[in-house]
Ligand binder design. Structure first.
Ligand SMILES: Cc1cc2nc3c(=O)[nH]c(=O)nc-3n(C[C@H](O)[C@H](O)[C@H](O)COP(=O)(O)OP(=O)(O)OC[C@H]3O[C@@H](n4cnc5c(N)ncnc54)[C@H](O)[C@@H]3O)c2cc1C
Length: 382
């Protein structure tokens, strides 16, 4: 079996195999490079490459659900792997969601799409290192400076960046920079091959990821110093591009957390099966609440996908509501499960404390809490 259905089958098989390694995987801090080789062989990078460029992506309305289901399935096996994989379609959606650019950008945007999708088709993984310390996750607060060096969109970028999930396995990363004289920052991408090996001029690994959750995402911090960067060919359109793909990005991140919560609830139910008759009143109420929150999370996820399917593009209100709702409900459900199952969930050999920290990532992922609420409030009156 190959093609799209072969990819789905391979992802299911990999996730099932990873469940057997859960204990070791939840404690490790390094990416298992072999997972990315397996997924590359299965054709995962093609999930965010348009059919016209040899991939499986049709358009936002028809393909977002398929991509999210891959991520949800992967998260049943390994949270960190699923999150790093989510970055690939999330980043490529910056081009996918805006297939055509107006003049004078039309031809250059078309050429850049061919380049970017071609790299993915040839097996390159895409990620993002947009976040900057002190920016509050708001790209408009970008302070990194991007200076033009020669024609054709080539720049040199300088400044600290952090949270680069997938550092070391991801080939190219999206980022932002401020071009002197421009009113707003803009989108760029950088070549991050070999980023963790050292010795690349202008690229310094300043701190390794030490997250409480999503431990093996290698979301490292780097400082760029006159580091080569390619500007988006549809330049000067920072927020337009971000809004165009925001719905896809949020759905990809939510899908990962939905998969984790599903696995956590199923695992807890198995552990409680023999003793639910002895559960105390408090535990019974907490468990009933877990059932409700688990159900609501799946409804919210469905609602996000339907909002994209109806709107066809952009960041509909339903997506904004769903992402924030899932972030809160997932934290709540995992917290209740830990209380019901007892102090043992504090132990590193128990999966539940790891999952609790993993699901907390969603609230910080783009748009992080404060920005998400700002946007929700504003969208409510739009
Ligand atoms: C597990 C995980 C993986 C991630 N992976 C990636 C990734 O691959 N790529 C990526 O680019 N990012 C990634 N992120 C980062 C994420 O997208 C957000 O950018 C990040 O969490 C921003 O939030 P912060 O609280 O760290 O911001 P900080 O900049 O540290 O801000 C801290 C607090 O101060 C406030 N604040 C700070 N400065 C300002 C300001 N100027 N204006 C207003 N408020 C301000 C913020 O609202 C926030 O509450 C990841 C995050 C997590 C948790």
């Amino acid at each position: 079996m190959n093609g799209r259905s072969g990819l789905e089958a391979s992802v299911r098989d990999l996730a099932a195999a990873l469940e057997n390694e859960r204990g070791a995987r939840q404690c490790r801090r390094e990416i298992a490079v072999q997972d990315f080789e397996t997924l590359k062989d299965a054709g995962f990078p093609l999930c965010a490459v348009p059919t016209a460029h040899g991939g499986y992506w049709e358009d936002s309305a028809r393909s977002t659900r398929a991509v999210c289901e891959l991520l949800r399935t992967l998260a049943h096996g390994d949270s960190s792997l699923a999150l790093v994989c989510a970055m690939h379609p999330a980043v490529l959606s910056f081009w996918l969601a805006s297939p055509e650019a107006p003049a004078p950008f039309t031809a250059a945007w078309d050429a850049q799409q061919r380049e970017v999708f071609g790299l993915a088709r040839d097996g390159a993984w895409w990620g993002t290192i947009t976040s900057e310390p002190g920016s509050g996750g708001d790209v408009l607060n970008t302070r990194a400076v991007a200076v033009p060096v020669r024609g054709a969109g080539e720049y040199r970028i300088t400044g600290p960046k952090h949270f680069g999930s997938g550092s070391g396995v991801v080939s190219y990363m999206l980022t932002t920079g401020r071009v002197p004289g421009d009113a707003e920052p803009d989108w760029f991408f950088v070549d991050m091959r070999g980023a963790c090996s050292g010795g690349i001029p202008g690229l310094t690994l300043t701190s390794e990821w030490d997250g409480q959750g999503m431990k093996a995402t290698q979301s490292h911090a780097f400082t760029f110093t006159d580091y080569p960067a390619t500007r988006f060919a549809w330049s000067g359109n920072l927020m337009g591009i971000a809004k165009g793909c925001g719905g896809i990005v949020a759905c990809c991140f939510a899908a990962v957390i939905v998969g984790i919560v599903e696995t956590a609830i199923a695992t807890a139910r198995r552990q409680l099966a023999g003793r639910h008759g002895q559960m105390r009143a408090f535990e019974q109420v907490e468990w009933a609440s877990v059932e409700m929150e688990g159900w609501l999370i799946v409804q919210a996820y469905e609602g996000m996908l339907r909002a994209i399917e109806d709107a066809g593009a952009g960041t509909p209100l339903g997506v904004r509501c769903g992402k924030v709702a899932i972030a809160g409900l997932a934290e709540s459900a995992l917290s209740r499960i830990c209380k019901i199952l007892g102090g043992g969930t504090y132990a590193r050999h128990s999966p539940f404390g790891h999952w609790y920290e993993d699901v907390r990532a969603l609230g910080f992922l783009r748009p992080p809490w404060g920005l998400a609420y700002d946007a929700l409030f504003q969208a409510s009156w739009a």
